[in-house]
Every structure is written in C-alpha cells, then in structure tokens.
Write a protein that binds this ligand. Structure first.
Ligand code: DGJ
Length: 377
C-alpha cells in the first residue's frame, strides 16, 4: 500500500470516528417508537444523557410491560450522533435478594450519571424506593463504575443530608422553625399547613433521619462541582445539594420553591444563568411545566411562566421533563427531554425531545412533529 493510500485511509478513519459522515441527519420524532440498533424501542425512561469522549450515553429506567417497578434495572444506550442508539445493556442491575436495597421489584427511578474527572469514576445517582414499601422510603441511591456504560456497582441508598439545616435558612428562619410544632399541622393542605411547610415543617421532621429524595437530576458545573437536585419534603419542595469531590453529599443544600410541589427537575446553564424546568405532581399524568432561573445554583431562584408554548403546552405536550441535554460542539444547543408515561403498559412509554429555543434570552419549548439536529447552528 502506497503512502498516499495510507494517508487517505487514515483521513477516512478519522472522518468516520468523528461522526462527520455525509449521511443525512435523521429526524427526531417525539412520541413515536424509537428503535435501537436491534430494532427494539429504546427502554430508558426518566433518564438522562452523559457525554464522554465523543459518545453520548443515555441512561434510564428499564420498564417492563406490566409494572412500573424495577424488574431489570438501569439501561444504557450509546450514540455518537444522538439518533442511532446502540443498546449497551443493563448498566445497574436489580438483585435477586429481597434484603438488598435494590431488590428486583423495588422502585428505581430517574437515574443520572456524571463523570468525575478527579477520581476517573462514573457516578450514578437515582431515586430508590424499597421493595414493597410504596413511595415511603424516598431515598437516593448511588452506584459507580470505571467505564461509562457500566456495569455499575451499587454502593448504598438513604435519605440525604441528615442532621443538616438548609444553608439558605438564616438565623431568623431557624428560630421560626424551632417554634413549629407538628401536632398543630396534622391536617394537610390547609393554608396554615402550607405556611408551615413553607417555613420548614418537613425539613424539621426529617432533620435527624435525613431529607427525602425522590425525582432527581444531577448537574456538573463548569468548575467540576456537582449538584444533586431532588424533590424533597413529601414532593412539596425542591432541594439542591452540593456534592463533594467524590460526588457524595457534603451536607450543604438549599430549598427551592418551598411548598411549590415540583417534580421532574431538569437543568441547564446559559450565559451564566441556570434554568430549571420542572413539572407539577400528578403521578404519571402530564401537567403544566414550570420554569425557574437563578444566577447562582444555590439561588435565589425566581419562577417564570410555563416554558412550553403552542398546542398542548398546558400539558407539556403529554410528557414530563426528565433532562436537558447539551449538544456538544454547537453553541447554545440544548434538548428538552421528557417522558410520555404509559403506566398501563410502561415499556411503551414514549420520549419527547425538543430543542430549547430562546426569545429575548428566555428559554421556551415548542412542539415539532419532527426536526433534525441542524436546527442548531
Ligand atoms: C411522577 C414522577 O415524576 C415519576 O418519576 C414517578 O415517580 C411517578 N410520579 C409515580 O407516580
């Protein structure tokens, strides 16, 4: 083989490796069946996407046909172009041992994975409910792997930040907290109860045992610091917790939108502003999305109107937020990811992926039957 052929071969290799082929971009069709490399509908619900070394890894809940409980675990799919997805198998498997926290039949939801550049480990956090206990445990679970697709090794699960008060509760607020007596607020949903929740009634209740942690996401900031964002306090208040260099909780956390009843947090940052999209709490049924912004991850956060616009925007187009994916190599390119749940046939739940657009700097999301990634410049 001549030197010319070797150079051509090398160039072609690099070209293919970079995913710069001339193949036409494939459309993203929200709500339809999304086949993987085996022709099977992608099974990665409530998920998130991690980008590592030129490849996107999509992690999500494996849903079976008849129950929303975890019968398999967390799935991983990989792609270099965000439209062709290879099934990488089960990244974190549930266990055939009822004394395990992640026993087959537990509830394992909304897994997210981040890469820790300091330790070289891939870290997965997820919402865990113990088998047979409904949604009472409200735990966060953590697992690690040396490779992006796994398998991940389960470390532990539990409530978070036990013994710690939120850092955005000042001395005066702590003094008010001291006066709250749970016995006076046994009846839920009264104005007095809402006011007490706002002031930290449930933070106080869970202070010793740790704060509840259900719907969740992870966010790694530009400085490598990571945060765990989760629905806490009986799903009434979001909390944002700082993670340590090992991506475990430091004990520093803030409350966001107390008594605001937010689930399904998804976050991104643009031009120094953090934007967070959430849902309300209506089980598997869709509701209207909410949006918050802040110039600091620890707040204060302000609320904006529903970011979704157009038909069915009042129901998030039938879906519920799960993640906001940054498209690598494109400026200000973010994809809003949501799930259209099918609780009567959970494995048939569908995905919504729509570009985040901006008007006067404010994000909005509009339904498109199909679109391609060249939507982003
Ligand atoms: C809404 C949450 O966002 C989902 O992850 C799941 O926990 C359902 N509620 C269960 O009803």
């Amino acid at each position: 083989m001549g030197i010319k052929n070797i150079i051509i071969g090398l160039c072609l290799g690099i070209y293919t490796f970079c995913g710069c082929s001339n193949e036409p971009l494939q459309p993203i069709r929200s709500g339809e069946i999304w086949p993987d490399n085996n022709g099977e509908h992608i099974n990665a619900h409530g998920g998130g996407v991690m980008y590592h070394d030129g490849t996107y890894y999509w992690f999500g809940e494996n849903k079976c046909d008849t129950t929303s409980s975890a019968m398999v675990g967390v799935m991983c799919y990989s792609s270099r172009n965000l439209t062709d997805w290879k099934n990488e198998g089960v990244a974190l498997s549930v266990v055939d041992n009822d004394s395990s926290d992640i026993a087959r039949g537990c509830i394992l939801e909304r897994p997210k994975v981040i890469y820790n550049a300091k330790t070289g480990k891939f870290v997965m956090w997820f919402h865990l409910e113990l088998k047979g206990k409904g949604y009472a445990a409200a735990r966060a679970g953590v697992a690690v792997s040396d490779t992006p697709a796994g398998p991940y090794r389960f470390i532990r699960s539990g409530r978070v930040n036990a013994g710690k008060l939120p850092v955005n509760m000042d001395g005066q607020a702590v003094a008010v907290l001291d006066t709250l007596n749970a016995k006076n607020y046994e009846k839920w949903w009264t104005p007095e109860w809402t006011d007490a929740v706002n002031k930290g009634l449930i933070v106080k209740r869970d202070l010793d045992g740790g704060q509840m942690s259900r719907d969740m996401t992870l966010y790694v900031d530009e400085d490598g610091k990571a945060y765990h964002i989760y629905s806490s306090e009986e799903n009434l208040t979001l909390q944002i917790a700082e993670l340590s260099d090992d991506y475990l909780h430091t004990g520093n956390y803030v409350r966001v939108a107390p008594a605001g009843h937010n689930e399904a947090p998804a976050i991104f940052k643009k031009d120094g502003t953090y934007w967070m999209i959430t849902s309300g709490c209506t089980g598997w049924a869709p509701n209207e999305a909410r949006m918050f912004s802040s110039s600091s991850i620890f707040g204060p956060w302000s609320q904006h109107p529903n970011p979704c616009v157009g038909p069915k925007s009042e129901l998030t187009f039938g879906g519920q937020s799960t993640y906001i994916l940054k498209v690598e190599g494109k400026k200000d390119a973010f994809i809003f990811m949501a799930d259209i749940w099918r609780p009567e046939h959970p494995s048939d739940a569908r995905y919504i992926w729509l570009p985040v657009q901006f008007k006067e700097g404010i994000p909005y999301v509009e339904w498109m039957d199909n679109w391609t990634l060249d939507f982003f410049q």
